[in-house]
Design a protein around this ligand. Structure first.
Ligand code: SF4
Ligand code: SF4
Length: 396
């Protein structure tokens, strides 16, 4: 990104915000590849253009490989929230997170994590859920909680579409450049790559973690989807994916092109260029509003009649490419997993919502669950629905 584009972006971003809080979010590719001077310049531009009273939060998504003391001191100085991409313990992480030579990056990422910790930078772990960790929910969660001592984490399902004929190529991975040796990712087809998470297993992965979290970590460990779901019980949408409409999570490319969403950086979703049209105009454009409303307008009948619609809202439109029960196209690929998660967690979520309504902390749910567990026989089925005995599963 050229300096002129960076300056235009920062200026317009600050001008767009009418409220006091502004998030300046950097994501890639890998943002550290831009070098530290680029981010020093970004902060300078923010200082130059921020209006009195505007509070800035910087976020930064990184794989951690290039972090060093200088980087971490900078992130700390400006109170960045760093999102670190880790997929679990070494054998899981290294399955897909490899360098150009095909070697796992676990070692380097852990070095980055230690540096962030040493400099006391705020960190949120971002874990993608895919074929290599979908059956290891608790193991992954415990690794983050106990080994890394992480307090904030989020789990992102990997869903990679492809057309049936391009699937063998898609399985090799994506190119970042049009005309590269590999495919450029596009939202087309109803096949999925072999890396893609299986819908039911995604639900079980989340439930596996939830059953552990709700027994011992409420109020101590924060899992984004659990917070988002609890907020939904109060009618608050805090994540676009499970909000009724979307369209406020746009993505800017290095040349100033603005796209409808981070997941739709494709020619059909290019809104314009911020050097030609002010970002606020592009965001308010009819096309972008329609993009956001389509999320609601194009729900399938199965979604409209679903008992957890108010929590799920049909999920992210990018994942809607399989037939629904009634044969409508554009139903969510992850539906089975989402349905399992939202129905399974309902009793505990309702209990927490009720506690909060009474002015009590949500973590008082833990003794309630412990009391239920005390009535359970060691050989009874585990309530996580794994099919295993309680003593061999969450009761172990
Ligand atoms: S398409 Fe998905 S990720 Fe993008 S804004 Fe909508 S819900 Fe959010
Ligand atoms: S759980 Fe499935 S049917 Fe229900 S709202 Fe979500 S995607 Fe639609």
């Amino acid at each position: 990104m050229a300096k002129a584009t960076l300056e235009t972006y920062i200026r317009q971003l600050l001008e767009c915000h009418t409220g006091p809080e502004v998030t300046v979010a950097w994501q890639g590719g890998e943002p550290t590849l831009m070098g530290l001077d680029f981010f020093r310049k970004s902060v300078e531009f923010v200082e130059k253009y921020r209006r009195p009273g505007q509070q800035i939060e910087y976020t930064f998504q990184t794989n951690g490989v290039l972090l060093n003391d200088e980087w971490c001191a900078f992130l700390k100085q400006h109170d960045f929230l760093a999102g670190l991409s880790v997929d679990g313990p070494r054998e899981i992480h290294d399955r897909y997170r490899v360098n150009k030579g095909g070697e796992g990056t676990f070692e380097q990422v852990m070095r980055g994590w230690e540096l962030l910790r040493r400099h006391d930078v705020k960190v949120n772990i971002l874990c993608t859920v895919h074929a290599a960790n979908q059956d290891r929910g608790r193991k992954v969660y415990r690794f983050f909680r106990d080994d890394l001592r992480v307090r904030h984490m989020q789990f992102i399902p990997i869903v990679e579409r492809s057309t049936a004929d391009l699937l063998p190529l898609a399985n090799l991975g994506w190119s970042e450049r049009p005309g590269g040796k590999r495919l450029l990712y596009t939202q087309s087809g109803s096949a999925v790559t072999e890396r893609t998470v299986h819908p039911e297993r995604y639900g079980r992965f989340l439930v596996d973690i939830f059953e552990e979290w709700v027994r011992r970590d409420v109020g101590e460990v924060f899992v984004q989807l659990f917070d988002v779901t609890l907020n939904s019980y109060f009618g608050r949408s805090t994540l676009c994916i499970h909000a009724p409409t979307c369209g406020n999570s746009l993505a800017l490319e290095h040349n100033g092109d603005l796209y409808s969403c981070d997941h739709y950086v494709e020619p059909g979703f290019r809104l314009g260029n911020i050097h030609e049209t002010h970002m606020s105009e592009l965001i308010a454009s009819r096309r972008q509003r329609q993009f956001g409303r389509d999320k609601l307008d194009r729900l399938t009948k199965q979604c409209r009649e679903c008992e957890v619609l108010a929590l799920c809202n049909g999920g992210c439109p990018k994942d809607r490419f399989v037939p629904s029960r009634d044969g409508e196209i554009e139903h969510n690929y992850l539906c089975a997993g989402l349905y399992h998660f939202f129905t399974h967690t309902r009793p505990a979520m309702r209990a927490m919502a009720s506690l909060i309504q009474q002015g009590r902390p949500a973590n008082e749910v833990m003794p309630l669950i412990a009391a239920e567990d005390a009535k359970r026989g060691r050989n009874d089925p585990c309530p996580c629905a794994s099919g295993k005995k309680w003593k061999q599963c969450h009761g172990a």
